[in-house]
Design a protein around this ligand. Structure first.
Ligand code: ATR
Length: 288
């Protein structure tokens, strides 16, 4: 990669950001397509976001990804919100345009595409889904399931209020889907037994000694489990679910496809998806 005076600038903003894999996939895609562009990580605290984004516009940045914990802050800092940002109430993709900062959310698209790819084209239409977690990721996943036509969505969270808030948001934006917020371990087991699909969105599993977000006894053969955690390749939960006869996958595909969609938004070009996937897989293999 040759950086010069005409090189277009892209970044991922987060805090912390040093573990991000996004530069690997985007820089590989720029190179493959022969684009004069570079993508760098930038550690930005929430308090600084409102001054950093206009400064980036001033400096001529073309685009930025926004990651944890800045996505809701970014939503409130945009001049223009795309329909995806409106739907998910968060922004992970910023375009610096002549008309100002334009925000989009590609996480829901990433989840749907990652899920479909992991399970041979399966869609969520008509399925009963249990979402574990109601943080930023849980909120996006639950809304994406509603958008994709799931019949019912039960959200389990340690803190009930957060799950209730997500349910209310879905009821407002996508009425007609059955939603329920739960918090007790017993309700979680009951909901798991009745679910067609379980999506694990909490941070449990990021550390090797974390308790599993759901116990093996609550799982049954034939179900689908998608674990958004991917930092260790296959998580313990994914391995356990497979042992119990489920079809299970980690969430690397969600990371990949949210990035693919961001790339398309910024450049108007379809990036080399397989190359980007390879870069992510290589990075995980090296770090484990
Ligand atoms: P993200 O944007 O990655 O979703 P987040 O918004 O901080 O991050 O949400 C983290 C999620 O993991 C939440 O659902 C959180 O539950 P609470 O809302 O009760 O905090 C969940 N989580 C984190 N640590 C957990 C733990 N030890 N046990 C159960 N849930 C946990």
């Amino acid at each position: 990669m040759q950086i010069g005076g005409t090189t277009e600038l892209y970044a991922v903003l987060g805090h912390p950001v040093k573990h991000t894999l996004s530069p690997l996939m985007h820089n590989a895609a720029f190179k493959e397509l022969g684009l004069d562009a570079v993508y760098v990580p930038m550690d930005v605290e929430l308090e600084s976001l409102t001054s950093v984004l206009p400064a980036m516009a001033e400096m001529g940045f073309k685009g930025a990804n926004i990651t944890v914990p800045l996505k809701e802050g970014a939503y409130h800092s945009m001049d223009i919100l795309g329909s995806s940002a409106e739907l998910y109430g968060s922004v992970n993709t910023v375009s610096f345009t002549d008309k100002g900062l334009r925000g989009a959310s590609t996480d829901g698209y990433g989840f749907i595409m990652g899920f479909r790819e992991a399970f041979d084209g399966l869609t969520l239409q008509g399925l009963n889904v249990l979402v574990l977690g109601a943080g930023g990721a849980g909120r996006v996943v639950a809304m994406a399931c509603a958008e994709a036509g799931a019949d019912s969505i039960i959200i389990h969270n340690r803190t009930l209020d957060r799950a209730v808030t997500v349910c209310k948001e879905i009821e407002t934006k996508r009425p007609g889907v059955i939603v329920e917020a739960i918090t007790s371990p017993e309700d979680k087991v009951d909901a798991a037994r009745q679910a067609d699909v379980i999506v694990q969105t909490t941070s449990l599993g990021l550390n090797p000694d974390d308790e599993p977000a759901i116990e093996k006894e609550a799982l049954r053969k034939g179900q689908i489990l998608y674990d958004l955690v991917y930092n260790r390749g296959e998580t313990r939960l994914v391995a356990t679910a497979r042992e119990a006869g489920l079809r299970a996958s980690s969430g690397l595909g969600m990371l990949l496809h949210q990035g693919v969609r961001s790339f398309e938004i910024w450049t108007g070009q379809m990036p080399p998806v397989d190359l980007m996937r390879k870069k992510l897989e290589e990075a995980l293999t090296c770090s484990n």
